[in-house]
Design a protein around this ligand. Structure first.
Ligand code: FES
Length: 165
């Protein structure tokens, strides 16, 4: 049985189809892997030049990402990018994850409007930083609790626009 809510959702999707491709709509309206992760092996909080933040949690086993979750206070493009990013990162080796670029995210989402291309840059930079964080902490695992605490207060500041040029 179709409800009023279903009709409303369909109306929203219809409007979005005028601007966005289907994968983008799916990942922005029903994002995957949103939220914190307990006992993550890597956590980073990254602040883009637009003032939006993306947080990423990774669970790693034998140099392979076995789980990934994210949170962002950014725009719907950032939500779609975070959702796609975490889906793509899962089951990849750390090396494979490093090549998930902004370009790859944009392609997988079926394109982004010009003024939101940088949101894909923020997402891919966040993944790179999370992989680097994991690698660095392997040398000094005891530092993790301090790093996580500090990261929440002082996110890594990046210029995500450079990631897409
Ligand atoms: Fe800031 Fe999308 S507008 S990340």
């Amino acid at each position: 049985m179709t409800t009023g809510w279903d009709n409303f959702q369909e109306l929203v999707r219809e409007q979005m189809r005028k601007v966005y491709a289907e994968p983008f709509i799916e990942h922005s309206l029903d994002p995957k892997n949103v939220g914190d992760m307990e006992e993550a092996d890597s956590y980073v909080s990254v602040l883009g030049s637009c003032g939006d933040r993306m947080e990423l949690y990774l669970k790693v086993q034998d140099d392979r990402i076995i789980d990934a979750t994210f949170y962002t206070d950014g725009c719907s493009a950032t939500i779609a990018c975070g959702s796609m990013l975490t889906e793509l990162a899962k089951n990849r080796t750390l090396g494979e994850a490093l090549v998930i670029s902004a370009k790859v995210l944009i392609e997988k989402l079926g394109g982004l409007p010009e003024d939101h291309v940088h949101c894909a840059g923020l997402a891919s930079l966040t993944l790179k930083r999370a992989v680097m964080e994991y690698i660095n902490l392997r040398k000094e695992p005891w530092e993790k609790v301090y790093r996580d605490r500090d990261m929440r207060q002082n996110p890594i500041i990046v210029d995500e626009t450079k990631e897409i040029s």
